[in-house]
Design a protein around this ligand. Structure first.
Ligand code: AHR
Length: 533
């Protein structure tokens, strides 16, 4: 029996009702204690003109021998549909604040070539050219809007605040949203092949305005932000503005931005959908994604787990100015960030490497944090979708694979739009001193109709967690299914040669009672779907 078969049978056995419960851990689900609706938008993605993300990742061109829909890689579209990707952010990142959207519209052969924002980074400095270094503007607004439509996702545009004016922002909205045939911008859009408006709702105003987006302080940025969003034509769309927010634990930024916004009365906050928190939990050791020891495994997971504190503390600061919490958190860049693979996956691919099982657990810890904070986090975007940083896909020419990160998005899609329910996890911390006191089990639970979705991370590399799972009120479980993502080696990853090295295993449905015992495999992410009688 191989490990995969073992896991399947173990999961099935583990789900069986027991008369005597003897477990080291306990999870109590409280279906009658709702904690907000889980916005599907927290399962969003981020794409930037950075390395292999756009060119060769998403865009292969209409004449490519690689399967494509109007130039867009078909395998990406198909997989995004499968995980119900709700929203995609574009065109950056830092690139956004150097991007003139006009360069990417109009006749393709007339579009200018520009130096990409990232051209000065090590890999690209040494490179003689290519679309990653010299931006050809072949993929612009119309192409991105079509990509989103094909994938079934909402577009989220990041506007340029550092190097363009409020008028350019205004005109981009006109270009995207004005009714067919009514403005010159609508005509220009139609010349690009899209007569009907794109109806773009989500608009970011600058990116990381504390750094690459202009080096502002929070109060300086608030003044710019207000100018950008004041009197923009809506074309009947309920525009949702997202302000550039803090870098990790920079609470001073949140204070100063909100304080300045309040100078014009509390009404100023009505126009903000969210403030964008960025948090990368980084890497460990030498920064090579699959070179880490047990201490490095725990170190990264402990750092991913800081998201809870960041969300909670920024929320507290925001509440001091906005007690009704009209403004939500939008975590529009998050993930682990290792160094570029050596040798690189493809020339010019910055920060592209094969994510491992460890990165899958970074994803599950983060997404569970968002689920638990459903009333605070309105949107989130993993950075980035393809060929970059915390990636769900890797592609180079005709080679393609999904990563362990993708599998977590696939498993967690079952939470989208559900009601988060309070769930109490009681598990002894991992005893290995290298674990530095990391939690024993963590996760989240949501309810829709009569189905509970419970997702759980067991970070312990050695030990399974025998756990009693109880549903408050004694509801009876009719049916249960388990899906487990793990591997015999914590460094396991999917490569072009071995695209299925890490993939979820499903256990057969069994009858269970409440409480019941479940054994969470070591170093695993588990989804239990529990159908209530
Ligand atoms: O995702 C890569 C970069 O990280 C983004 O361009 C920037 O916003 C952040 O610093």
């Amino acid at each position: 029996m191989n490990r995969r078969e073992f896991l399947l049978s173990a999961a099935a056995l583990a789900l069986a009702p027991r008369t005597t419960l003897a477990a080291g851990a306990r999870i109590e689900i409280l279906p009658d204690e709702p904690a907000g609706t889980i916005s599907p938008l927290i399962y969003g993605h981020f794409t930037e003109h950075l390395g292999g993300c756009i060119y060769d990742g998403i865009w292969v061109g209409e004449r490519s021998r690689i399967a494509n829909v109007g130039g867009i890689r078909k395998s990406v579209i198909d997989h995004l549909k499968r995980i119900q990707a709700p929203v995609i952010r574009w065109p950056g990142g830092c690139f956004a604040d150097s991007y003139n959207w006009r360069d990417g519209v109009g006749p393709v052969d007339k579009r200018p070539t520009r130096t990409n924002f990232w051209a000065e980074t090590d890999i690209l400095r040494k490179s003689s050219g290519g679309p990653q270094k010299y931006e050809p503007n072949r993929f612009g607004t119309n192409e991105f809007a079509r990509f989103c439509k094909l994938a079934g996702a909402e577009p989220y545009f990041a506007g340029n605040l550092r190097s363009l004016n409020a008028f350019d922002f205004y005109e981009w909205i006109d270009y995207c949203n004005s009714p067919r045939g009514k403005t010159s911008m609508a005509d220009l859009r139609a010349q690009g092949g899209d007569a009907e408006p794109f109806d773009v709702k989500y608009w970011g105003v600058g990116n990381e305005s504390w750094g690459c987006g202009g080096d502002f302080t929070g109060d300086e940025y608030a003044v710019e932000f207000r100018r950008f969003i004041t009197w923009v034509p809506t074309f009947g769309i309920d525009l949702k503005y997202i302000a550039s927010g803090p870098n990790g634990a920079d609470y001073a930024w949140t204070h100063s931005f909100f304080q300045k916004m309040m100078e014009h009365g509390r009404g100023g906050l009505n126009r903000i959908f969210g403030t964008a928190l960025h948090y990368y939990c980084g890497t460990t050791g030498n920064g090579v994604a699959n070179e880490f020891d047990t201490a490095g495994w725990y170190e990264l997971l402990n750092r991913a787990n800081r998201m809870e504190e960041l969300v909670t503390r920024h929320w507290q600061v925001m509440g001091g100015y906005d007690p009704e919490h009209r403004v939500k958190l939008v975590v529009d860049e998050w993930g682990a960030w290792h160094h570029t693979a050596d040798p690189p996956i493809a020339p010019n691919y910055l920060w592209a490497y094969y994510p491992t099982l460890r990165d899958a657990l970074v994803s599950s810890i983060t997404l569970d944090t968002f689920n638990r904070n459903a009333e605070k986090v309105a949107m989130a975007n993993a950075a980035q979708m393809i060929n970059n940083i915390h990636t769900s896909f890797l592609a180079a020419e005709d080679k393609f694979t999904v990563t362990p990160v993708y599998h977590v998005f696939d498993m967690y899609a079952a939470h989208q739009g559900n009601t988060a329910v309070r769930t109490v996890f009681n598990a002894p911390k991992v005893s290995d001193p290298a674990a530095k006191g990391i939690f024993g089990l963590a996760g989240s639970c949501s309810l829709r109709d009569k189905r509970l979705v419970l997702t759980v991370t067991n970070p312990d590399v050695q030990n399974a967690q025998e756990t009693e799972i109880a549903i408050a009120g004694g509801a009876r479980i009719q049916n249960a299914r388990a899906t487990v993502l793990t591997a015999s080696d914590i460094h396991a990853r999917n490569t072009f040669a071995e695209p299925e090295a890490v993939r979820p295993a499903a256990a057969a449905a069994v009858q269970v009672g409440s409480p019941f015992i479940y054994r969470f495999a070591p170093a695993s992410v588990t989804r239990l779907e529990l159908d209530l009688a």
